[in-house]
Design a protein around this ligand. Structure first.
Ligand SMILES: [Zn+2]
Length: 164
């Protein structure tokens, strides 16, 4: 995992991160509303994807990567391998709310406690699922948190709380 701060001249560069950040709404912005989210989950080529691929690859949602994905899916009670096409209306609502609420909470607390800021201080958001909580009890049901290799990274989840 890495983070970066980029400064670009106005008018832009041929840089994929710059382009996405300019073209697609930040999940913390008001443009990232339920209507926009519903368009994403109804796009046919995206419906085939797992939730991890849908949310955290291709910079589809700027700033949403593997590190923040785990707690979003935990809060939505959805499994990282669940397919977008299998989401019920209630699950879509819960996923949309989890994206917004989890990211707002992380941002307002100065980031996750698993990462350091520019001064070397950890954030004060207490990460629910990470390498530090593998094999520890799920805060909801007590089942031990699992770690699995998936799509070139690790996924962490509670097999009881997060529906596949
Ligand atoms: Zn659980």
């Amino acid at each position: 995992m890495y983070g970066g701060l980029g400064a670009f001249p106005e008018g832009g560069l041929d840089n994929p991160y710059y382009k996405v950040a300019k073209e697609k709404p930040s999940p913390l912005s008001t443009e990232f509303d339920r209507a926009y989210f519903d368009t994403l989950v109804s796009t046919s080529e995206l419906r085939k994807l797992s939730l991890k691929a849908f949310l955290a690859t291709e910079q589809r949602i700027p700033g949403l990567g593997n590190g923040v994905l785990q707690d979003i899916l935990f809060n939505a009670e959805l499994h990282p391998k669940k397919k977008v096409s299998t989401l019920t209306a209630a699950e879509k609502t819960s996923l949309f709310n989890a994206v917004r609420n989890t990211l707002f909470s992380m941002a307002s607390k100065g980031g996750r406690d698993t990462e350091l800021d520019l001064f070397g201080n950890p954030g004060s958001y207490q990460t629910i699922l990470s390498k530090n909580t593998v094999n520890k009890p799920c805060p909801i049901c007590g089942t031990l948190i699992k770690k699995e290799a998936y799509m070139g990274g690790s996924i962490y989840y509670c097999e009881k709380c997060q529906r596949l």
